[in-house]
Ligand binder design. Structure first.
Ligand code: TMP
Length: 225
């Protein structure tokens, strides 16, 4: 899989419509996820998107993975201490299992959930780190292990950016995570592209454009009222 976008992605980039929300414009109980490589801007976009939803009077929960719970702390600790690739993977999934229960509760109460990273991050990042251990079946294995602990997002916005440009954005950040390396991110980006090709709930957004445009695109896809 190379990083060139295939025609399927091109067709669904910027300007496509999000059918699920057209059918249900009120958005109560919807679950939106933002994915992308480090430096794609997804944390900023998800925060601004949540703010914008709130400004229309909607009840919104903004959340993220790794979570801010003790389980998320263990994920960050595992990363810091460079635990084995499998240990890291299972920590992400354990954190997600609890997070999914919380997300389900919020959506059942009618809140809109905006989540910065979810299962797509494990498929894309651990899809790369576990590949030397598990070979070509890595993605399928990760999907099977995640399946019992996830719910399906109504939409996953993939903020797509060239890894070198993403790295340039991160240059002045402190404490750079070990994953923030361009070669690694190229492989992660390629896997994200593959996920977007295979999963129709992915919406690819060109994240190289100015922040306002990116947010405007996401907003126009969701806000149909
Ligand atoms: P963040 O910078 O968006 O907070 O994410 C922290 C790092 O964790 C980022 O490099 C991506 C990585 N990550 C995974 O490798 N797998 C996962 O399942 C998640 C949620 C994050």
């Amino acid at each position: 899989m190379n990083e060139d976008e295939g025609p399927l992605i091109e067709d669904r980039t910027v300007g496509s419509t999000l059918q699920v929300t057209e059918a249900c414009p009120v958005l109560a109980g919807r679950f939106f996820v933002f994915e992308g490589i480090d430096g794609s801007g997804k944390s900023t976009v998800s925060r601004l998107f949540a703010d914008r939803l709130r400004s229309t009077g909607r009840e919104v929960e903004l959340t993220a993975e790794p979570t801010s719970t003790w389980l998320g702390d263990q994920v960050r600790r595992g990363n810091r201490e460079a635990k084995s690739d499998f240990t890291e993977t299972f920590l992400y999934i354990a954190d997600r299992a609890e997070h999914t229960a919380q997300i389900s509760k919020w959506t059942s109460e009618g809140r809109i959930v905006v989540c910065d990273r979810y299962v797509g991050s494990t498929l894309a990042y651990q899809g790369v780190t576990l590949r030397p251990h598990l070979g070509p079946g890595t993605l399928e294995w990760l999907k099977r292990v995640n399946e019992p602990v996830i719910i399906r997002p109504d939409a996953t916005f993939l903020l797509r950016i060239d890894p070198s440009k993403a790295m340039a954005r991160l240059e002045d950040r402190k404490g750079r995570e070990k994953f923030e390396k361009v070669n690694f991110l190229k492989k992660v980006a390629a896997l994200y592209d593959r996920l977007a090709e295979e999963d129709p709930s992915y919406i690819v957004v060109d994240a190289e454009r100015p922040l306002d445009d990116v947010l405007g695109t996401v907003w126009s896809m969701v806000n149909k009222e």
